[in-house]
Design a protein around this ligand. Structure first.
Ligand SMILES: C[S@@+](CC[C@H](N)C(=O)[O-])C[C@H]1O[C@@H](n2cnc3c(N)ncnc32)[C@H](O)[C@@H]1O
Ligand code: SF4
Length: 454
């Protein structure tokens, strides 16, 4: 059961480091899936995935996610699945394997209709312009890409050159998400990522000149040496670039899972209370500049498609974060990529050698996954609805235990229940994950184990 401090509920953004199970340090997932990835298991294999792909109806829309697990330099705060490479050869080889995987997956499908494509990583911008164009032409050969499809790519500005931007335009890319994190030099030094403001400003200008105008900028709060005033200054600089969207992620410090995060000086990290204040101050600044808060960590201009989707209650959440993508099948390709299907999740191997071996022998490179039962599906709908629309229709009698656990949030007036709908009030937004976590039956099991260990 979630243990709540009586007077004040603090927000948790990561994993507790002291071993105490207060809300401040308790593990709470970001719910890009439900059940979350740690609950996937290796009983799901390529055979299952193949039959699930075969069953997708011929009229169903698809989304494609391509993972490029390479970067030029390691950011010490990084929580992504990536590998540092100093030569181009492994990248070229990988892009060829990815092309083969496109073919392998496509031959299993009756439907080829693609509405969304997303390149993530790692740093997809590490791929050469020619390899990117060759890859996209393979995708276009194997799938039917809607003329209005959103084609998005995550960009590390330090690996971008004008020729790459031209290639993106030629390939139909129409959305870019630019990794910034923070503009402050002391913070950049502490995370091993020097990226001055003029570099980002020039990239933004080039993208706009090339008519790639739907821009998102990633910022992170809770980084070493970050203070409220440094973060607000970074946000003010970001605002000068007028992006349509800003993601403001809470730094997840998990050195026991990501060993390189030990390079971050822990004593330089802001405490939970400071993080909460940073997020509140950032929300205040962004709202005063016309950005609408979306879900957990996104801020968008009021005319943005995400704002419209939130209003119309069609906003979705998947492994890439918040999206307007309503496709029921999001196929993840590449090392470690995760696929979402109507009643299952499937994850590719995270081991490069295993990936190469599987593709080389014409096998889908599946490592694990999970098939959802009815209870999973019902809870997934509740959790995703809370994470996207801050409300969910819930039968209170059926979830009496969960409502009991929510009592502190009712007492603090963060939530209300009316006419069968649980609603998170605007002041309860920072507690969204904690509120959603009450409906996570897997997490509850974990907490009991964790509790005993203390
Ligand atoms: C794949 S990266 C984006 C593209 C490119 N690799 C870059 O960093 O510019 C995705 C984003 O995840 C966020 N991120 C990475 N590690 C994180 C962590 N430990 N905690 C919170 N956010 C993190 C960063 O904002 C980063 O821009
Ligand atoms: S934050 Fe981005 S650029 Fe930095 S190591 Fe991680 S994936 Fe690579």
């Amino acid at each position: 059961m979630i243990k709540v401090k009586k007077q004040k509920i603090y927000l948790c953004y990561g994993w507790g480091k002291n071993g105490d199970i207060t809300l401040m340090t308790q593990r709470v997932p970001r719910y890009t899936s439900y059940p979350t990835a740690p609950h996937f298991h290796d009983k799901i294999n390529a055979g299952h995935y193949q039959s699930w792909l075969n069953e997708l109806p011929s009229e169903m829309d698809l989304s494609l996610y391509f993972h490029v697990p390479f970067c030029r330099q390691l950011c010490w705060f990084c929580g992504c699945h990536t590998k540092i490479v100093n030569h181009y050869d492994p990248i070229a080889r990988y892009m060829k394997l990815l092309q083969q995987e496109v073919e392998l997956v496509s031959t299993q499908l009756q439907t080829k209709q693609v509405k969304h494509i997303h390149f993530g990583g790692g740093s997809p911008t590490i791929v050469s312009p020619q390899d990117f164009l060759d890859f996209m032409s393979k995708v276009k050969d194997q799938f039917s890409i809607s003329p209005t499809a959103e084609i998005a790519i995550e960009m590390d500005p330090r690996t971008l050159q004008p020729e790459k931007i031209q290639a993106y335009k030629q390939a139909g890319v129409n959305r870019a998400s630019i990794g910034v994190q923070d503009f402050d030099e002391a913070v950049q030094t502490a995370i091993n990522r020097i990226q001055p403001f003029p570099m980002v400003r020039d990239i933004v200008a080039q993208l706009r000149r090339t008519s790639i105008e739907d821009l998102n900028i990633d910022l992170v709060y809770g980084l070493p040496f970050q203070t409220q005033s440094r973060l607000l200054h970074s946000i003010a600089q970001t605002l000068k670039l007028k992006p349509n969207r800003i993601s403001l992620f809470g730094y997840a410090h998990v050195p026991w899972m990501k060993k390189h995060q030990n390079l971050i000086q822990e004593q330089a990290l802001p405490c939970e209370q400071e993080r909460l204040e940073m997020f509140e101050a950032a929300t205040h600044l962004l709202s005063s500049r016309g950005y609408v808060a979306i879900g957990l960590d996104h801020f968008v201009r009021s005319d943005d498609a995400l704002a419209k989707a939130e209003k119309e209650k069609t906003l979705q959440r998947n492994f890439q974060g918040y999206t307007t993508d309503t496709a029921q099948a999001l196929l993840g390709l590449g090392v470690s990529a995760i696929t979402t299907l109507p009643a299952s999740y499937v994850q590719n191997t995270s081991n490069y050698i295993d990936y190469e071996k599987a593709i080389g022998s014409n096998q889908l490179p599946v490592a694990r996954g999970i098939a959802l039962n009815r209870d999973d599906i019902e809870r997934r709908d509740i959790i995703m609805s809370l994470m996207c629309t801050m409300s969910a229709q819930i039968n209170r009698a059926k979830y009496a235990l969960e409502f009991n656990q929510l009592q502190p949030f009712f007492e603090q007036d963060d939530i209300e229940y009316y006419n069968g709908t649980l609603r998170i009030k605007p002041k309860g937004r920072p507690y969204m994950r904690l509120i959603a976590a009450n409906f996570d039956s897997y997490l509850n099991k974990n907490q009991q184990q964790y509790s005993k260990a203390v």
